[in-house]
Design a protein around this ligand. Structure first.
Ligand SMILES: [Zn+2]
Length: 441
């Protein structure tokens, strides 16, 4: 039997009335230790940890590489109940955040390990045994790096503080980075193209969207709200890596590479044409599944394609979807699950084939096309090609980065710091090392 957790599908920050749902993850009940912790990862809530991991400075200002494990004091771990579950921990109770964070990571891993065909190794395996997942409440960010996943808080202008640990989209996005670091890795700086950075963010968002689509309530809500016309603004298309007000990005955007040809300054923006292409592929596969299952006619599918470029057709299309959904809601659900899983498997297989050096967006298109030819008789080739071409991927490359990366930039900085980087840094004095050791770091 598997282990139960309570997870917020919708972060309490976006919906103050939100209640967590009870989910089960694959860990056999009784296998998750206090923390929560298992053989691959553990949650820790450090006391007195000032800085996130990465490249930081010592008490006298000497830079050094700061990696797990946290060696100082920590709050009491979240405890399982007598049967080994964690769903007795509810919002507001000590240990709830730690349990939520672990549950969200494990839930996302379950989804993607099914698509990948089994567990993957952390990219730091060999140096650090288990992933340290930590709650760093006073920090205003979240990051995954060499041996760590740390979540801070969103500090809203109105004074409220929202822990990222309770935001499933954020946690799943970070696990998306973990998957890409593991399967594709980091390019040599001399062979890194700008699109590698955009690809990291886009892939992390795709991992997050597809993981969220495994909550039955998300699929139900999406279908009820759109009657199956997914181009409508909805939960699926909305990913909040940070604040829903500040950094909300849309998976159903219409950006093409033309926007970035002369340069760009944020990889999250640069990611949008690629995320948009993947989202459109998912929607096209959904439409094909709807036609195959008899839920919509080929004429309505054709209308949906034309409505993308012709806003005047959209009310007509919505009326068609309203009628069709009313007739066969179960058929719509099956088709959406189908599209989700086909997209997930195609992406997972593509990640396994891609190479970090010289990676650009077109590599994902080519990997998807190759898999489609080998495994699927080329059935999706036309829709894959069309969606990549429409974004000008493969014809227009991203220009140079125009601004130095800020602290939101994920892919450089703390994320890619390695133990060997210490060799290039100046040594610390005896006294500075002593002070550092005393501080628990
Ligand atoms: Zn990211």
């Amino acid at each position: 039997m598997s282990t139960r957790f309570q997870l917020f599908v919708q972060p309490p920050s976006s919906d103050p009335g939100a209640r967590p749902e009870v989910v089960t993850v694959s860990s056999p009940a009784g296998s998750v230790a206090p923390g929560p912790a298992d053989h691959r990862m553990y949650v820790v809530e450090p006391i007195g940890k000032e800085k996130p991991f990465g490249r930081v400075r010592g008490p006298f200002g000497t830079p050094y590489v700061y990696l797990p494990p946290w060696g100082g004091a920590a709050r009491a771990p979240a405890m399982p109940d007598a049967e080994g579950h964690f769903d007795h921990l509810a919002p507001g109770m000590p240990g709830f955040e730690a349990a939520h964070l672990f549950g969200a990571v494990r839930f996302t891993l379950d989804v993607w390990e099914r698509y990948l065909g089994g567990p993957f190794h952390w990219h730091f395996a060999g140096h650090i045994e288990r992933l340290e997942i930590s709650l760093l409440h006073h920090w205003d960010n979240a990051q995954y790096g060499f041996g760590f996943l740390e979540t801070g808080s969103q500090f809203e202008d109105d004074g409220t503080v929202q822990p990222f640990s309770l935001n499933f989209d954020v946690v799943a996005h970070e696990i998306g980075h973990a998957i890409i670091y593991s399967l594709i890795g980091v390019p040599d700086p001399r062979t890194e193209l700008p699109e590698y950075l955009g690809f990291q963010e886009s892939a992390a968002d795709c991992v997050s969207i597809i993981a969220a689509m495994h909550f039955p309530s998300v699929l139900r809500e999406v279908l009820e709200a759109t009657r199956g016309n997914l181009y409508q603004f909805n939960r699926l298309a909305r990913i909040s890596e940070y604040s829903r007000t500040r950094q909300m990005r849309l998976a159903n955007n219409s950006l093409t590479m033309a926007r970035f040809a002369r340069g760009w300054d944020d990889e999250h923006d640069l990611a949008q044409p690629l995320t948009g292409a993947v989202f459109d592929i998912l929607v096209d596969i959904f439409h094909e599944s709807l036609v195959a299952g008899g839920a919509i006619s080929p004429a309505v599918e054709d209308l949906a394609d034309r409505a993308e470029n012709d806003p005047e057709l959209r009310p007509v299309l919505q009326a068609e979807f309203d009628r069709a959904y009313e007739r066969d809601p179960a058929g719509f659900l099956t088709a959406l699950e189908d599209a989700r899983d086909l997209t997930g498997v195609f992406l997972a297989d593509s990640f396994k084939r891609m190479e970090a050096n010289y990676l650009d967006y077109d590599d994902l298109g080519n990997a998807l096309l190759a898999i489609d030819m080998e495994e699927n008789d080329g059935a999706f080739s036309r829709l894959i090609r069309r969606n990549f071409e429409r974004r000008l991927i493969g014809t227009v490359d991203a220009g140079p980065r125009l601004k130095a990366p800020d602290k939101r930039s994920h892919t450089r900085s703390a994320r890619t710091v390695l133990p060997d980087d210490q060799d290039a840094l100046p040594g610390m004095s005896y006294r500075e090392r002593y002070l550092l050791a005393r501080s628990g770091r």
